[in-house]
Write a protein that binds this ligand. Sequence first.
Ligand SMILES: NC(=O)c1ccc[n+]([C@@H]2O[C@H](COP(=O)([O-])OP(=O)(O)OC[C@H]3O[C@@H](n4cnc5c(N)ncnc54)[C@H](O)[C@@H]3O)[C@@H](O)[C@H]2O)c1
Length: 248
Amino acid sequence: MKLLEGKTALITGAARGIGKAIALKFAEEGANIAFTDLVIDENGKATEAEIAAKGVKVKGYASNAADFAQTEEVVNQVKVDFGTIDILVNNAGITKDGLMLRMTEQQWDAVITVNLKSAFNFIHACIPVMLRQRCGSIINMASVVGVHGNAGQANYAASKAGLIALAKSVGQEMGPKGIRANAIAPGFIDTAMTQNLPDKVRKEWISKIPLRRGGTVEDIANTAVYLGSDLSSYVSGQVIQVDGGMNM
Ligand SMILES: NC(=O)c1ccc[n+]([C@@H]2O[C@H](COP(=O)([O-])OP(=O)(O)OC[C@H]3O[C@@H](n4cnc5c(N)ncnc54)[C@H](O)[C@@H]3O)[C@@H](O)[C@H]2O)c1
């Protein structure tokens, strides 16, 4: 029996990277997949095809997760296309790093809006569906820096700390209705987001990781399967750090 058989998952920012890996792993476990990204271009279409090859229903939706109205529209369309939304993964995220003294208002607003407000938008739109079903699992993609902070990433770290508090608050509000909310805090994961870092910075990060390697997108996807499935049916309000032991 597959772990997510018969469930529908909605994953934001999943045309590539961690979101795509979660979509593929969820599909392997039998879930139908609705995913969003800013655009569904050739790359997004290729992601759609890879997921479809796992034998599940899939559709990619072009939408800006930071936009409240667009999110309502997209969730309404997912309801029409799939009928249910059992798992919501708030994964879309960006960085605009800079030291506090030089950080612009634009850098601050962009990161808080895309990373944190987007999760509010999607949770707000999906909660009525989950309430009707009296079950649901919400997973916010945070970061270890949301727990520990990081010099040069005040905006990003604050957005990720916000995602953790958002999961805990929604978990408390919605627990009596059978809805769970948790956060994953990845450490240093090899994706487009980290591949652009200078070699020196990458090596410094790796040297701080007891397992002496960057994480893979599959490491994060496996944790998402656990939180999305009934394996974690008594787990809510938690932050799972998937970081090679970096912060033990
Ligand atoms: N890579 C890491 O080391 C790492 C570590 C900790 C946390 N994370 C978090 O994991 C998540 C995924 O990261 P990734 O490394 O796969 O990044 P990525 O840049 O490879 O993928 C992010 C995806 O989100 C999409 N996106 C960006 N803004 C969007 C918006 N407004 N609306 C819809 N989609 C949007 C992008 O187009 C992209 O497809 C992010 O929230 C990131 O902060 C990543």
